[in-house]
Design a protein around this ligand. Structure first.
Ligand code: LLP
Length: 422
C-alpha cells in the first residue's frame, strides 16, 4: 500500500497535489511519501515480531538524508556498502552498533572508518578481506565484529544483473567452504565472530529461493556452533520484491516472508537481521515528469518526456517496468492506445516503455512513474549534462525539497581547464 492516490481527479502524494510540487520545484523530480516509508518499515518490523530482530535498511536503495533520518527515528539500523554510505547513516543519527558494513571490496581506509564508528557487524566476503580486516583492527587495538557472507548457491530467479546467490556470482564464500573460513577467523585476534550472513538477490518474487537458502544457513549455523563458534546473529540480507503494479508480479507478502523466516531460522535463537531496501523505499516514491512532445512516428506514437534514463535508469538497465500514470485522473472510460514513452537523451536506450497502453496524454501534461522510490534517484547521473534530478519529501499536507536541483553554474564549476589549455 502507498499514499499516491487520486483526490478530486488529481494525483496526490498524501495530501499534496503533485501538480503543486511540479509548479514549485519543476520537473523532473522525485517525490517521496513519509507515511509510506514509515508504513513499510513498520510492516517489516511486524513481520518479524516474536523474534529478536533488527531491520538494517539497505540505504543503497534510497540514501537521501531525509529518508535516512525518518527511518533512523523509527529505530532502523542500516546496511552500508561504502564509506560514503557509512557517513550518511551516521549523519542521519544511526548509532554505529546498528550499522552493518557489507560489500565485496572494502578498502583498508573504509574498514578504519567503520571500526572508528563502532559498526555492529562487518559482512566479510572473502579470506583476503578477513585478513585485511584483522590487520586493520589490530593496528587500531580493536576487534572487528564479523559475519561471513556465504554464497548458498541458490537461484533467486530474478533478473541476472541483480542475482547474487549463485556460485558463479562474485559474492560471499561458497557455503561448503564456510567452516574453514570460520576456523581461520577464530584464530585472528583482530576479529570477533558474531554471526553469519547471506543475500541472494533483489526483487525476488517467490519465497522458495529464500527458504532454500535460509535452510542451508540454519544447517551451517548448527555445524558452526558444534565447532565451537558463537553464532548469535543471522543476517538474511534483503531482496524481497515489490509489486510494480501492472507488471503482473505478485511478490510474497512481508507477513508470509516473516513466517518463513520463523520456520527456517527462528529456532536458532539468534538475533535475525534483514536488509530490505526496495521493500521500504520502492513504492514510497514516484518520478514526476512532464510531456514535452507527443510525436507520431512510423506506425507508432512517442511520448517524449523531460525525464530521461539518467534520472531513472531501471528500464534501460534491467528492462524494468514502471507503471506510468497521468497526474490528471483519466476518465474511467478513456480509450487506451499504445505509445512508446521515451526521454530526450540521445540514445535509443533512453526508452521507459514500449507500446504501453495509456489513456490520452498530451504535450504539457504531467505524468508519474510509480514504484520509483528505490534505485531511482541514487542511480541518477548527469549524462547529457542534465542536472541531477531533485528530490521532494511529502508528509501530510507539507512538502520539502530534500535535494535541490543543481544549477548549471554549479555543475560546470566542479571542472577545471588546466593551465596549459587556458
Ligand atoms: N543487502 C545486500 C547485501 C544487497 O546487495 C542488497 C541489494 C540489499 C541488501 C537490498 O536489496 P533489496 O531489498 O533492495 O532488494 N539496482 C538494482 C537493485 C540492486 C540491488 C543490489 N543489492 C535495481 O534497480 O533493481
Amino acid at each position: 500500500m502507498d499514499h499516491f492516490t487520486y483526490i478530486d481527479g488529481e494525483l496526490c502524494a498524501e495530501d499534496v497535489r503533485l501538480a503543486d510540487i511540479a509548479a514549485s520545484v519543476g520537473t523532473p523530480c522525485y517525490v517521496y511519501s513519509a507515511a509510506t516509508l514509515e508504513r513499510h518499515y513498520r510492516v517489516c518490523d511486524e513481520a518479524l515480531a516474536g523474534m529478536r530482530h533488527r531491520i538494517c535498511y539497505a540505504l543503497k536503495a534510497n540514501s537521501n538524508m531525509a529518508v535516512l533520518r525518518l527511518l533512523a527515528r523509527l529505530g532502523a539500523g542500516m546496511d552500508v556498502v561504502s564509506e560514503g554510505e557509512l557517513r550518511r547513516a551516521l549523519a542521519a543519527g544511526v548509532p554505529g552498533e546498528r550499522i552493518v558494513f557489507a560489500g565485496v571490496g572494502k578498502t583498508a581506509d573504509e574498514m578504519r572508518a567503520a571500526l572508528a564508528a563502532g559498526v555492529g557487524q562487518f559482512n566479510v566476503e572473502s579470506e583476503p578481506e578477513l585478513l585485511a580486516l584483522d590487520a586493520v583492527a589490530r593496528d587500531m587495538g580493536l576487534r572487528a565484529p564479523v559475519a561471513i557472507r556465504v554464497n548458498p548457491d541458490v537461484d533467486a530467479r530474478t533478473h541476472a544483473k541483480i542475482s547474487t546467490g549463485k556460485s558463479e556470482n562474485k559474492f560471499g564464500v561458497p557455503i561448503a567452504r564456510a567452516p574453514q573460513v570460520y576456523a581461520l577467523a577464530a584464530g585472528l585476534p583482530g576479529v570477533e565472530i558474531v554471526g553469519v550472513d547471506l543475500h541472494i538477490g533483489s526483487q525476488l518474487t517467490e519465497l522458495a529461493p529464500f527458504e532454500a537458502a535460509f535452510r542451508r544457513l540454519a544447517e551451517l549455523v548448527d555445524a558452526l556452533r558444534a565447532a565451537g563458534h558463537a553464532i548469535r546473529r543471522v543476517d538474511l540480507g534483503g531482496g524481497l520484491g515489490i509489486p510494480y503494479v501492472r507488471s503482473n508480479e505478485a511478490p510474497p507478502l512481508p507477513f508470509d516472508y516473516g513466517a518463513m523466516v520463523r520456520r527456517t531460522v527462528g529456532g536458532l535463537g539468534a538475533e535475525v537481521v534483514i536488509e530490505p531496501g526496495r521493500l521500504i523505499a520502492g513504492n514510497a516514491g514516484v518520478l514526476l515528469a512532464r510531456v514535452i512532445y507527443r510525436k507520431q512516428g512510423e506506425g507508432r506514437d512517442f511520448l517524449i518526456l523531460d525525464a530521461a534514463m539518467n534520472d531513472l535508469i531501471r528500464p534501460a538497465m534491467y528492462d524494468a517496468w514502471h507503471d506510468l500514470v497521468p497526474v490528471a485522473e483519466p476518465a474511467a472510460d478513456a480509450p487506451l492506445a499504445p505509445v512508446d514513452v521515451v526521454g530526450p537523451v540521445c540514445e535509443t536506450g533512453d526508452t521507459f516503455a514500449r507500446a504501453r497502453s495509456l489513456p490520452p496524454i498530451a504535450a504539457g501534461d504531467l505524468v508519474a512513474f510509480r514504484s520509483a522510490g528505490a534505485y531511482g534517484a541514487v542511480m541518477a547521473s548527469e549524462y547529457n549534462t542534465r542536472p541531477l534530478v531533485p528530490e521532494v519529501l511529502v508528509s501530510g499536507s507539507r512538502f520539502d525539497v530534500v535535494r535541490s536541483r543543481p544549477t548549471y553554474d554549479e555543475m560546470l564549476r566542479r571542472e577545471r581547464i588546466p593551465d596549459w589549455l587556458a
